[in-house]
Design a protein around this ligand. Structure first.
Ligand SMILES: Nc1ncnc2c1ncn2[C@@H]1O[C@H](COP(=O)(O)OP(=O)(O)OP(=O)(O)O)[C@@H](O)[C@H]1O
Length: 463
């Protein structure tokens, strides 16, 4: 059901099941790929219920099928929440929410209001509240702060709303906006450093994030945008909201609870190669898959297949742990540094993913091989290697894009970090703290982070 709906929506280029090296980015027309956001990616890997009514898909806009009892709330531009938050634009959408830019009329700041689906499990909020409690840990600054929280009632139910600071774009948005899908080296290093610091902080608080992909890494906007920019200036600079009519495929009237118009999200971002070091401050968002292993066992991973740790498949009776985050963290750091993802494919499956992992990383542990037979070893990926993939998707890609490539010492340090993080058995992977202490982090990534840590705007977040 899920797949067949997607094949209806997907243009021919993307419906291919062949493993083209970079299915989404540089070769699609400008901005087209934003319609296939991280959340779309995720939808394919999460269980979901579908409304029986189908709607004409609208580019860049959430699927109208989710406006149903228990689903999204039909937010309109101009809505006031709590007589305080005036909705001025749309920021984005995910599987569980729509996210809106609002003017906080009490503080006169621009904020993000995440309006969750009515069936949303509020556990995420509790976790985020704990992680965003004041702390002197440098990782705390990379976790979004909950500025306010309230509920609204609507035709589709009762919706939790979270107010946080607005972000500019995600790492995946910045790469999709670019023809070369690469960040400047110092920017990639700074993002990777912050991500590891954030994960180390989350693990130190005894949580596992569970969904560490590029779509959940958000760039902070300028201080000017958050603190001062009035709505008229935002519209002048970034454009007024664009509305697209919502139509059912069967031509019938829209049911209650479905908006008459979809709102195209504002684009505050820029192409990856144009992001400067000072603009590379990030927040790690989306704690919808997070859990506390001390209190809860979690056997199934809903992370996108491309970053999903192999133990979710091969050790289904063991609970996921912080080591599962380390695997996904390695895949995501790769994606930040390279032009193409570590593992590839849009409509891929677990067998293919295992074949790709063996191709890049070598044979599976013996007990996993025995469990799953030999068939997965007979694959087209066998002549690959991590080093070869690195040469192609990082070094040569950077040279082609006329960007500096990595020196051999840095390359060796980085590959050695990847190798340890991508150990098949979770118990063989380093902890986030050990990753922070790795040669690449200490000598290349953390020094770039230190440069932005002391920037004026960064300090502003603490005032
Ligand atoms: N504070 C924010 N500022 C700007 N954009 C945001 C913000 N929060 C989220 N977004 C945008 O909305 C998208 C979805 O957000 P988020 O991941 O929090 O949603 P979700 O409903 O939990 O979905 P999913 O788990 O499918 O990603 C993000 O990828 C980003 O593009």
């Amino acid at each position: 059901m899920i797949k067949s709906f997607f094949s209806l929506m997907r243009p021919p280029l993307l419906s291919s099941t062949s493993f083209s090296p970079c299915p989404l980015s540089p070769y699609l027309p400008h901005r087209t790929s934003r319609a296939f956001s991280a959340s779309t990616f995720k939808l394919m890997s999460s269980p979901m219920e579908m409304s029986p009514i189908l709607y004409r898909p609208i580019e860049y806009v959430e699927r109208m099928e989710y406006y149903e009892p228990g689903g999204y709330h039909p937010v309109k531009i101009g809505d006031y929440f709590l007589n305080r938050y005036r909705i001025v634009h749309k920021l984005g959408h995910g599987t569980y929410s729509t996210i809106w830019l609002a003017q906080d009329e009490t503080s006169n700041k621009n904020v993000a209001v995440k309006v969750c689906r009515a069936s949303f499990n509020a556990l995420e909020i509790g976790m985020l509240a704990k992680l965003s409690a004041p702390s002197s840990d440098r990782g705390r600054a990379i976790i979004p702060s909950i500025l306010d929280r309230f509920n609204i009632q609507g035709p589709n139910g009762d919706h939790v709303c979270l107010v946080t600071s607005p972000a500019r774009m995600s790492v995946s948005d910045a790469k999709k906006e670019s023809w070369i899908s690469l960040f400047q080296l110092e920017v990639a290093r700074a993002i990777a450093a912050q991500l590891v610091i954030a994960v180390q902080y989350i693990h130190s608080q005894r949580f596992v994030h569970g969904d560490l992909h590029q779509g959940n890494i958000l760039f902070l906007p300028s201080c000017e945008f958050t603190a001062e920019l009035p709505t008229e200036k935002i519209y002048k600079k970034y454009g007024e909201p664009e509305f697209e009519p919502v139509n059912r495929l069967d031509g019938q009237k829209l049911p209650t609870g479905v908006p008459e118009h979809g709102v195209v999200p504002i684009w505050l971002g820029e192409a990856s190669e144009n992001v400067t070091l000072l603009e590379s401050r990030i927040l790690l968002s989306d704690f919808g898959e997070a859990f506390s292993p001390a209190q809860e066992k979690k056997f199934e991973s809903h992370a996108p297949l491309l970053i999903r740790p192999p133990e979710a498949r091969f050790e289904p009776t063991k609970s996921l742990t912080s080591s599962s985050d380390i695997w996904s963290l390695a895949c995501t750091i790769w994606d930040i540094i390279a032009q193409k993802t570590l593992f590839e494919g849009i409509m891929t499956d677990e067998d293919d993913m295992t074949c790709q992992q063996i191709g890049l990383l070598g044979p599976l542990p013996t007990e996993w091989q025995e469990k799953h037979g030999e068939s997965i070893h007979q694959s087209k990926y066998l002549n690959r290697s991590l080093e070869g993939h690195f040469e192609k998707t990082v070094q040569k890609a950077r040279i082609r894009a006329r960007m500096p490539s990595l020196g051999s010492e840095e390359q060796n340090a980085l590959l050695s970090m990847f190798r340890s993080m991508l150990s098949f058995k979770p118990e063989n992977r380093p902890s986030a703290q050990q990753v922070l202490e790795s040669e690449w982090m200490v000598n290349w990534a953390l020094p770039e982070y230190e440069k932005i840590r002391n920037s004026q705007c960064y300090m502003w977040r603490w005032l």
